[in-house]
Design a protein. Structure first.
Length: 191
């Protein structure tokens, strides 16, 4: 009896995880934008501290440049850079802003959210209408899940957009995908 219960329990968990992984991977691939958005919200990522100077992690650079390129292509009217001060001691949002300014994005088109320390905080702080959320493809499933299912966020008229990989895909990507799967399980059960 115990073995039978374990067998069916294992099949159930495997089935749930399979559905979650399919959901996560549904956000992979190229995407064309058919409309424009008032705001492009770029989610923060790690800043690397080298000799007391901020340097982009690959994820932060990829997300930021994707936002800048979408702005320059006229797909978004304003850039919202979200990210707190991480372990490096630097503000992710300010580091992103500095890169945008170097790429001639007007300062009055940049909004900083320096208390967006995680995905949910960014969604709470960001504009709620005509928004394009920009992050890595493996992260978009959680953003989309929160925006659609957390009614208290009052988010309407949004879409998600995958960051371009300007160098290479990340060696830790399998871990990131697993982390997103576990986050989706956690938030769907406990929130």
């Amino acid at each position: 009896m115990i073995l039978k219960t374990l067998k069916y329990g294992t099949l159930g968990v495997t089935g749930v995880l399979s559905v979650i992984f399919v959901y996560i991977f549904s956000f992979y691939g190229d995407k064309e934008l058919e409309k424009t958005y008032k705001f492009g919200v770029v989610f923060g990522a790690k800043v690397v501290n080298i000799d007391n100077k901020p340097h982009f992690s690959d994820a932060l650079f990829d997300r930021t440049m994707t936002g800048i390129n979408l702005f320059k292509a006229g797909k978004i009217e304003n850039l919202v850079f979200s990210g707190g001060v991480d372990n490096s001691g630097f503000s992710e949002a300010k580091v992103m802003k500095n890169l945008a300014l170097k790429h001639k994005v007007p300062e009055n088109k940049i909004i900083l959210d320096e208390v967006g320390n995680n995905t949910l905080a960014t969604l709470k702080n960001a504009p709620k209408n005509s928004v394009l959320y920009i992050s890595n493809d493996f992260h978009l499933s959680r953003i989309n899940y929160f925006a659609k299912n957390y009614n208290h966020l009052e988010i309407t008229n949004f879409d998600v957009f995958p960051a371009e990989y300007f160098n290479v895909r990340y060696t830790k990507e399998p871990f990131f995908v697993f982390r997103e799967a576990m986050a989706l399980v956690y938030y769907s059960i406990f929130h």
